[in-house]
Design a protein around this ligand. Sequence first.
Ligand code: ADP
Ligand code: MG
Length: 230
Amino acid sequence: MFVEIENLKYKYPTSNELTIKDFSLQMEKGEIVAILGESGSGKSTLLKLIAGKEKTKVGKIVIDGDVVVDKKTCKSPKKRGIGIVFQEHDLAANKTVEGNIKRTLPLLMAKNAKEDRVEEMLDLVDLYIFRDRFPKELSGGQQQRVTLAKALAPEPSLILFDDPFRNLDPSTQKNLREELRAILKKAGITSIFVSNNKADAKVLADRVLFMEDGEIKQTCKPEEVYNVNL
Ligand code: ADP
Ligand code: MG
């Protein structure tokens, strides 16, 4: 399995109960899993634990054979090779589309290789003609596509999406979720997508998990999301 998460548990120091109760997930390379849950169910916390932004040694996380969490290990976010896309885009206002993508590439990467990679990303997210624009000159959907290009550029082994369409208008949401599936499948990248929107999961995912109070209560196929009442 490409991603193996076993019995992950987490309690915030200030909390009395576990925020993540006992989470396990196995994913194949290139698979897209959506996790649906109400606000407060623990989705963001789960992604932070996977990315290493919250620390735990309870449970196990292995990505492409690399142990990032177990009882002796808790690798730093940088050493995990995971990309994250949040609902708020995190673009530098004073850099162009091209500049924003370029700055996520490794410092030591050769100049030519960097330029090639940026071109490839601009092509993938279909923003080639906007390469010289600044973030404020783009629509919300275009900004999210730059954020996606930024996350994909360093070739992460796994990419995590924390409700990335939440702040977009419904028609942009609809277009972007269809595009996103195509982009991820084309790049062959393994992804976990969390949301509280069933339509996101239906269109994007290969498999859907329902989370409630820090636990997975049900799993279904994307076409069955509207049959689940949670
Ligand atoms: P979701 O992303 O599904 O809305 P979160 O993972 O953000 O859920 O939150 C899950 C629970 O953990 C909530 O009850 C929230 O209040 C709590 N929580 C989130 N962040 C912290 C924190 N830094 N410290 C303490 N509790 C937190
Ligand atoms: Mg959240």
